[in-house]
Design a binder for this molecule. Structure first.
Ligand SMILES: [Zn+2]
Length: 191
């Protein structure tokens, strides 16, 4: 029997998936891959991102095929709760910029039978755990760590090295602002 194109959550079990990695590791692509598959299966999908991420215009269609998914910028994690009625799957991108309430919101959604897929940076440019991501990593059912390629040696990279002297934590990733580095090259760059 075909699922109707609406949320039918009574019999559905929820859980949390987390996708983390450095800049240029393909986190968003992996998030979109999973969300597109859910859309093909007629599931209702919503994707949210923090309003701080102003690189894209509001409501931009983040992919351009027939299964395009719009992402909604929200001010705080509480807004995700309010906007997630009648969905099967919630995607959250750039999750590191959300407030500390994010993990709690994700658990509430999962408890209601929603599949929650969170993508974000696990470390800031100094290599420190980033915002609400550590508690999500600890409490999610599934964790995927994706890697970029080190710009200096070609090994797998897990650090996002900032090329400018800007000390602010939230500096959005434009090309040229960051380079993905492996442990060895990150240590050298910061010594
Ligand atoms: Zn390297």
């Amino acid at each position: 029997m075909f699922l109707e194109n609406k949320a039918n959550r009574e019999s559905q079990k929820g859980w949390i998936e987390v996708i983390v990695g450095s800049m240029f590791s393909g986190k968003t692509e992996e998030l979109l891959r999973r969300l597109k598959r859910a859309k093909i299966a007629q599931q209702k999908v919503e994707i949210f991102k923090p309003m701080v991420d102003v690189r894209y215009s509001d409501d931009e269609v983040v992919s351009h095929d027939a299964n395009a998914i719009r992402s909604t910028p929200v001010e705080s994690s509480g807004n995700i709760m309010l906007l997630s009625g009648n969905v099967n799957v919630v995607g959250i991108d750039e999750a590191q910029f959300f407030d500390d309430g994010l993990a709690n919101v994700c658990h509430q959604l999962a408890n209601q039978g929603i599949r929650v897929i969170v993508a974000g940076l696990d470390m800031d440019f100094k290599g420190k755990p980033f915002g609400p991501i550590p508690s999500l990593l600890a409490t999610a059912e599934y964790v995927t760590k994706v890697h970029a390629i080190c710009m200096r040696c070609g090994d797998l990279a897990q650090f996002s090295h900032r090329l400018s002297d800007e000390e602010k934590l939230v500096v959005l990733g434009e090309k040229g602002d960051y380079e993905p580095l492996c442990r060895c090259c990150f240590l050298k760059a910061n010594s």
